[in-house]
Design a protein around this ligand. Structure first.
Ligand SMILES: C[S@@+](CC[C@H](N)C(=O)[O-])C[C@H]1O[C@@H](n2cnc3c(N)ncnc32)[C@H](O)[C@@H]1O
Length: 226
């Protein structure tokens, strides 16, 4: 279980490019075919402490946002972060899978963001269930920005990449204990690009287009098939 207190600071020290991820994701979605429309409905699935929401409100104050997360503690933290931002945010304590079972949410959203969520779901049907739910929640042609830890494309470089990642953390001043870091670094289930492609295709999306990469963290733009 991730502790929301100090979450953002830790993420910035741990994840190369974390500070740019939300900004880039929102910027891409803001000019996507459906979500560029004024007042578009946009879903933030697994909003955590609200990094993507804060960026969405700054760049597109006209968007009507739905923020979901199954963790009450995370939602509370995001709510207090966004308090007073004057944003139109519908908060809901829910998984993406439960949201998509609500007939009122099926095919509803012009765009969606999901940052660092899929990586924590095992590839035993859970990843497919999550991605299928996101596709069902989007309008046909709606786009999803998906950011996750991925398996390296060149396994022979794994050792070097891991050493570089640890060096990045040290240089960023990370001093957290192993216990503090465990929720961020353990119990993750990254997949490679081929597997991600087959999962998103099965879920109802076209092929993933890579829009970001920093070490193992990769961002993709996906479009729900019409
Ligand atoms: C590592 S945090 C990322 C939070 C935020 N997106 C960010 O980048 O800072 C992952 C979040 O996904 C949420 N989550 C886990 N399973 C989920 C699901 N099935 N649907 C929606 N959110 C989920 C967790 O509660 C957690 O808040």
């Amino acid at each position: 279980m991730v502790n929301p207190a100090g979450y953002d600071h830790l993420q910035r020290q741990l994840i190369p490019g974390y500070g740019s991820l939300a900004r880039l994701g929102v910027a891409l979605l803001a000019v996507s075919p459906l979500a560029e429309a004024p007042g578009a409905e946009v879903l933030v699935a697994g909003c955590g402490t609200g990094a993507e929401l804060q960026e969405a409100v700054a760049q597109r104050p006209d968007w009507r946002l739905t923020a979901i997360d199954p963790s009450e503690a995370m939602l509370d933290e995001a709510r207090s972060r966004l308090e007073g931002a004057g944003a139109s945010i519908h908060w809901r304590q829910s998984t993406a899978e439960a949201l998509a079972d609500d007939p009122g949410c099926q095919g509803r959203f012009a765009g969606a963001l999901s940052v660092l969520v899929l990586q924590s779901l095992p590839d035993d049907g859970s990843k497919l269930g999550f991605l299928t739910a996101l596709a069902r929640s989007l309008q046909p042609g709606g786009q999803l920005v998906l950011v996750d830890l991925m398996q390296p494309s060149l396994p022979s470089l794994q050792e070097q990449l891991t050493a570089a990642w640890l060096a990045f953390q040290r240089a960023s001043g990370l001093q957290a204990s192993d216990a503090d870091l465990a929720p961020f670094t353990h119990g993750l289930h990254p997949v490679g690009l081929a597997r991600l492609t087959s999962l998103v295709n099965a879920a109802g999306f076209g092929d993933p287009a890579r829009i970001f990469q920093a070490l193992g963290y990769e961002g993709f733009l996906l479009q729900r098939r019409g």
